[in-house]
Design a protein around this ligand. Structure first.
Ligand code: ADP
Ligand code: ZN
Ligand code: ZN
Length: 739
């Protein structure tokens, strides 16, 4: 009986993104697996194209006289099993991306198997010894035993050399690989852990923790849990003990944290509890190192992987749980195609594998909390800090009256007084600003002209360390002009309060204080931010100034004061998530103060003290915040009540881009059967970036599923026209992006 492989083409050419059946030639029958790349004849001329095997089956709709044979196999082995290719297929549907881009996303970045498969490594020495003991002397296993004995000595050998030295063909090596005794790789997988981690001792769970823990353990796995617990309430301890249970059952777990909170503290806890059965993966590791962790997960050499967003794809074969800490964090949504959401992906993955999902946060996203209240998630609440400490006291300072009363500094008198006092007691201080160089644009005081990057149509940002202007979209730099290019006046003004401006101000106000600044500009390079944090932790500085990146996941014992210099800047973005982000930022930042002794103080400087996000955050009152925010969302038809999709067309030729978006707009209007609101087409808010023109089309509605189907259909119709290859169409479904 013939077997057929269902193959998806178009690894290099995204125009063809559908499946074709090919017959598997006899000699490939025992080699081919789901997830492998193969070459197949394609089209009238039968030129060779590369594709992925998505499924293997014993029937096909293609008539016998038309079916073609697979030409050859590209990969020696498959990194993706059926569950993984199914997930890629789900992603394609969900995020309206090509299947091939979804498959690529599942694999560790830079893992080009064609180039990395070079050597054969021994996978498990114990298993290998057993195998040799059991099978040596049996003619059937002679070649396999020979390969294993050789590799026990040398650990690894380049694949062609191995065969030459031992005089065996590929099949025993492949069989060993299939049985998990050896693996192919480029680099040695058995890297020694260079750091030995001290044991992280178990806490006895308090009543609240125990209750949550029991609920999670005893559930059928049908609904995700939302573990809503204030900072320091002991969520991490629950994760750790829960994972221990999962491991006892012979299953594995994935823990997602925001990239920036992959701090030594987090790693120490997991390594300190699980030792080498836990692995960490993050973007500062090389492609080889990340492939390493991926392989360890695939072969069950570790039980837990802790990583940022993409760790959701760790190919554990017996996955028991996924934990997503700080579930509200933006970094769980990918910004590159396919624009997947790690939470949605985790929900799919857990359903697929029968695993449990825990979403944890001190400030859940409005979307998640809403789901918990409507019964889609199970809500578990921890209201108090586990160590018994209290939450810090917050003081709101109205910056408008500061100015009225003659204080022109970015530091209010109240904050000044607090800093002075804490410095005297040798306590440490953290100062936050909402966003890097938030509004440090440069303009002319006389005519109001704003210095702009002409390629991007956005204002330049001022950098005082080199006294230059920089475009944060394309990176172009220019010296600060001496006179206004518009009117020739000499009065050039610098606006706003970036981290740098605050640093200058603090140094001026407190000349003897030792100050560290941490933002995007000072933390480039490997582990740049970790070095700064380490210094601060060792009390080599008194004051740490930074953007929100320092707000997450750190435990500094000696910090007694947190100042939010401009707490409300994200209220002013044209984004419906602005209020939610402000609440989260204030709460997370405040959580840094007084972690140990409960004597923490937080000063919140704002121009909008009456805003409910500022007010509720200062009282640590999430529930009241949520109740007001959800009403607002409902009234304004924002998610979870209404959705906005934006289609962005970009390209070098303005006329072509405008034409493409007009054609697309016509298709959307013609196909609009469910009464969605269509806005545009029009120029995007930023009409040009890096010399590419940008036009947009917006669709509004309140049924996410229907909008997806409709959009998919319209994009397919547009793609079928094939006339606009020089125009790139990008789809944003989050509704929050400013385009
Ligand atoms: P979260 O993850 O909610 O911010 P953590 O798990 O980091 O909270 O716990 C905060 C602090 O409380 C940590 O120092 C932790 O060691 C401690 N802790 C956690 N659980 C307990 C417990 N049951 N009893 C005493 N201390 C605990
Ligand atoms: Zn001017
Ligand atoms: Zn630019």
């Amino acid at each position: 009986m013939a077997l057929y492989a269902r193959i998806i083409l178009g690894m290099s050419n995204s125009q063809i993104d559908r499946m074709f059946d090919y017959e598997i030639p006899f000699e490939m029958l025992d080699k081919i697996e789901t997830g492998m790349r193969v070459k197949v004849p394609f089209g009238g001329g039968n030129s060779l194209a590369e594709g992925y095997v998505v499924d293997i089956c014993d029937e096909t709709d293609v008539p016998e006289e038309k079916i073609k044979f697979i030409h050859s196999i590209v990969d020696k082995f498959s990194l993706l099993d059926k569950d993984m290719t199914d997930m890629a297929w789900w992603m394609k549907k969900r995020y309206l991306a090509t299947f091939s881009s979804c498959l690529r996303t599942l694999l560790p970045a830079g893992a080009d198997l064609k180039n990395t498969v070079k050597s054969v490594f021994i996978a498990d020495k114990l298993k290998a010894e057993e195998f040799i003991a059991k099978n040596s002397g049996k003619p059937k296993y002679e070649a396999q035993v020979k390969v294993l004995q050789y590799l026990m000595e040398k650990e690894s050998e380049e694949e062609p050399a191995l065969r030459q030295i031992l005089g065996v063909n590929v099949s025993p090596v492949n069989t060993l690989e299939k049985n998990g005794l050896v693996y192919f790789g480029k680099t040695r997988r058995r890297r020694k852990d260079s750091v030995v981690f001290a044991e992280y001792k178990k806490h006895i769970l308090n009543d609240k923790q125990q209750y949550a823990f029991n609920r999670i353990l005893s559930s059928d796995n049908s609904k995700p849990f939302l573990l809503f617990g204030v900072t320091g309430s002991g969520k991490t301890e629950i994760y750790l003990q829960f994972i221990e249970k999962i491991i006892e059952e012979g299953k594995q777990a994935i823990v997602l944290v925001p990239e920036i909170s992959l701090t030594p503290l987090m790693v120490e806890r997991f390594k300190g509890r699980f030792g080498n059965r836990a692995a960490v993966t993050h973007s500062r590791m090389s492609a080889g190192e990340r492939l390493d962790v991926f392989m360890k997960a695939k072969y069950g050499e570790v039980d837990v992987v802790i990583g940022a967003r993409s760790a959701v794809f760790m190919p554990f074969e017996n996955l028991g749980a996924i934990i997503i800490d700080e579930e509200h964090d933006d970094s769980y949504k990918s910004e590159v195609t396919p624009k997947y959401d790690a939470i949605e992906t985790a929900i799919f993955r857990c359903q697929q594998m029968g695993a449990k999902l825990i979403l944890g946060s001190a400030t859940p996203s409005v979307k998640s909390y809403h789901k918990a209240l409507t019964g889609e998630y199970v809500l578990l609440t921890l209201e108090k800090r586990a160590g018994g400490g209290k939450l810090p006291e917050c003081e709101i300072v109205d910056m408008r009256s500061e100015l009225e009363e003659g204080n022109r500094s970015v530091i209010s008198r109240a904050l000044y007084g607090e800093i002075k006092e804490k410095l005297a007691y040798k306590k440490q201080i953290m100062l936050f600003i909402n966003r890097r160089g938030a509004s440090t644009f440069v303009s002319c005081r006389k005519c109001g002209h704003v210095m702009m990057c002409l390629s991007c149509n956005v204002s330049y940002k001022y950098h005082s360390d080199g006294n230059f202007l920089m475009c944060h979209y394309c990176g172009k730099k220019e010296p600060v002009p001496k006179v206004c290019p518009e009117c020739g006046s000499k009065y050039i003004k610098y606006f706003g309060a970036g981290t740098q401006k605050i640093e200058d101000e603090i140094k001026h106000l407190f000349p003897s204080a030792r100050v560290l600044r941490m933002d995007f500009d000072t933390t480039t390079g490997k582990d740049g931010h970790l070095k700064i944090l380490e210094k601060f932790k060792n009390h080599e500085a008194d004051i740490l100034i930074g953007t929100q990146m320092i707000a997450k996941g750190h435990d500094f014992e000696n910090v007694d004061l947190v100042g939010l210099v401009a707490a409300d800047l994200s209220l002013n973005t044209a984004d419906y998530m602005g209020t939610e982000k402000t609440f989260q930022l204030i709460t997370q930042s405040a959580g840094r103060a007084g972690r140990q002794n409960g004597e923490g103080k937080v000063v919140i400087q704002t121009y909008q003290p009456e805003n409910f996000a500022v007010e509720t955050a200062s009282k640590h009152d999430y529930v009241t915040f949520f109740e007001q925010e959800i009403q607002l969302r409902n009234m304004m038809s924002y998610p979870p009540f209404g959705y906005v999709y934006t289609l962005l067309a970009t390209g070098k030729d303005e006329n072509r881009v405008a034409e493409a978006i007009a054609v697309l707009g016509d298709i959307f209007k013609r196909e609009n059967e469910d009464g969605f609101v269509i806005l545009g087409p029009s120029e995007a808010l930023i009409s040009k970036i890096k010399d590419e023109y940008r036009f947009r089309l917006m669709i509004k509605g309140n049924d996410d599923e229907k909008m997806r189907e409709y959009t998919e259909k319209c994009l397919e119709l547009f793609g079928g026209r094939n006339g606009y290859r020089d125009v790139y169409i990008n789809l944003f479904m989050n509704g929050g992006s400013i385009l």
